[in-house]
Design a protein around this ligand. Structure first.
Ligand code: HEM
Length: 213
């Protein structure tokens, strides 16, 4: 814990608090994904892409929300659902367009603190994508074919993330709403974990115990 010379303890930023609150969940998810060998071949990568498709379809209404866009200026430009769908198309996998949620019915139903937690997870997941993109390259996939959604933003991963975090940390929230943001981030990780268990089937040799601990 950092103690300032005047004895005060600087308040950790919101993004740092969410990172601390979800670190163990992130590690478990990372382990569960890699144990399912999403980069063993293109068939398994396609299963991983389906996980990404379902998750980005879930969060897409948040990226298109006017209320959240007012709090996080370049939110709409950060959408990755279209890139995931192009990746599925590159691999010859049809996407079912009926799944998208219409915008009009969303804004008045969005719980902003929880939505901020979900967006923290969706945006943060692009940090680890640098490692995943290298793995995808071994399957002949790239930012222009099949792994577009793992690409860095034009301004670079770190700068793009810092831009998000700066606006994210600046949103005024009450103490209760801060708890809501943490709960939203945990719910988002749980959703991805559930999609991984449902869609990214275990490789034949591996046992459930061995993979999910
Ligand atoms: C095998 C898959 C994954 C690997 C190897 C991985 C790896 C990483 C790495 C290296 C970072 C940067 C950590 C840091 O700067 O301290 C990171 C950050 C993050 N990842 Fe993952 N990740 C994976 C999957 C995911 C998934 C599926 C999600 C959620 C959908 C996710 C959400 C996040 C978030 C929210 C952060 C930001 C943490 C922060 O700095 O506040 N990751 N990941």
């Amino acid at each position: 814990m950092v103690v300032m010379s005047d004895g005060s303890v600087p308040e950790a930023s919101r993004a740092r608090r969410l990172k601390m609150a979800t670190h163990a969940t992130h590690e478990r998810l990372d382990t569960a994904i890699m144990a399912r060998r999403p980069f063993a071949n293109r068939e398994r990568y396609a299963l991983f892409l389906e996980v990404q498709h379902r998750f980005h379809r879930d969060v897409d209404p948040l990226y298109r929300s006017a209320a959240l866009g007012a709090l996080l200026p370049d939110l709409a430009q950060r959408r990755r659902l279209g890139l995931v769908e192009q990746d599925l198309c590159d691999l010859g996998i049809a996407t079912d367009p009926s799944g998208a949620t219409p915008t009009s019915t969303m804004d008045d139903q969005i719980d902003v603190p929880s939505a901020l937690g979900w967006l923290y997870v969706a945006e943060g997941s692009n940090l680890g994508a640098s490692f995943l993109l290298k793995q995808a390259a071994k399957l002949g996939l790239s930012e222009t074919f099949g792994a577009r959604h793992l690409a860095a933003a034009p301004d670079g991963r770190a700068l793009h993330w810092r831009g998000f975090v700066a606006a994210f940390d600046a949103v005024p929230l009450s103490h209760l709403q801060e708890e809501g943001a943490i709960a939203g981030a945990r719910a988002a990780f749980m959703r991805v974990q559930a999609l991984v268990s449902e869609l990214l089937a275990l490789p034949a040799a591996a046992s459930a115990q061995e993979v999910d601990g």
